[in-house]
Ligand binder design. Sequence first.
Ligand code: SAM
Ligand code: 2KA
Ligand code: SF4
Ligand code: MG
Length: 253
Amino acid sequence: MTQTIENNRVRTKTIQVSEIFGPTIQGEGALIGKPTVFVRTGGCDYRCAWCDSLYAVLPEHKAEWASMDTRQVFAEIQRLSNNTPILVTLSGGNPAIQPLEELIDLGHQHGYTFAIETQGSVAQPWFSSLDYLTLSPKPPSSKQVTRWERLDRSILYATTNKYDREIQICLKIVIFNEEDYAYARSVAERYPALPMYLQAGNHTPPQQAQEIDISGILDRMDWLIQRTIADRWYEATVLPQLHTLLWGNKRGV
Ligand SMILES: C[S@@+](CC[C@H](N)C(=O)[O-])C[C@H]1O[C@@H](n2cnc3c(N)ncnc32)[C@H](O)[C@@H]1O
Ligand SMILES: Nc1nc2[nH]cc(C(=O)O)c2c(=O)[nH]1
Ligand code: SF4
Ligand SMILES: [Mg+2]
């Protein structure tokens, strides 16, 4: 591990990185359409039945991940963005299991802003240094169990603001069926102040690359809109994964 001194601080944290790519657009949720660079970390404490990023989750892909220190990750972000400050989206895997606080600090010093995508299963005090936190607890179709106290703590940490920085928090739930929809409603009841994004699920197995089931996604999207409107759930925002519609399950977009 290399040690580099900058602004009198040692930047030695080692981050497991699956891929760094962009600029592209954020294809999901509250920041849909925003230009961003993605840092996809390697490793996850969940195994969602329909995960579209298993190459950043399963240990058998570990050999494809790079151990990078904070400065190396930031140098790649600067290279991709031509040194022009941009929104950086931290995803994974679960980025909350990586030591990302240094990277966020370093990026902020250079004018970059930071969003994270995480399932809310690991709460980190450094969530408070983010600009955007998307919490994506997993519905029954994922076959994962929600630890509600951890989700509560994620929100608590994010809003315990030691940096005097405004953080925007939202919820994003992937929905495949009626049970998932009911789960989303219960999450919204628990956190009524947080904006809720309902995301139509993509059933296509990742290994099928481009050949995604677009009509299946659009059918679920149509059903989800009808379902939400019939319920008069007017606070919710219903969206597809725009990048999936545009580029399928291709990596690095
Ligand atoms: C790959 S995950 C990585 C970040 C973090 N582990 C999480 O789940 O929030 C990024 C986003 O993609 C969503 N996602 C994963 N597989 C999906 C699928 N098959 N269809 C729709 N959304 C999916 C997740 O729910 C999450 O909101
Ligand atoms: N364009 C684009 N938007 C995204 N939004 C969330 C993504 C993710 O995999 O976390 C993602 C992704 O991989 N690509
Ligand atoms: S939590 Fe996110 S990265 Fe982990 S398995 Fe589920 S969708 Fe994939
Ligand atoms: Mg994705």
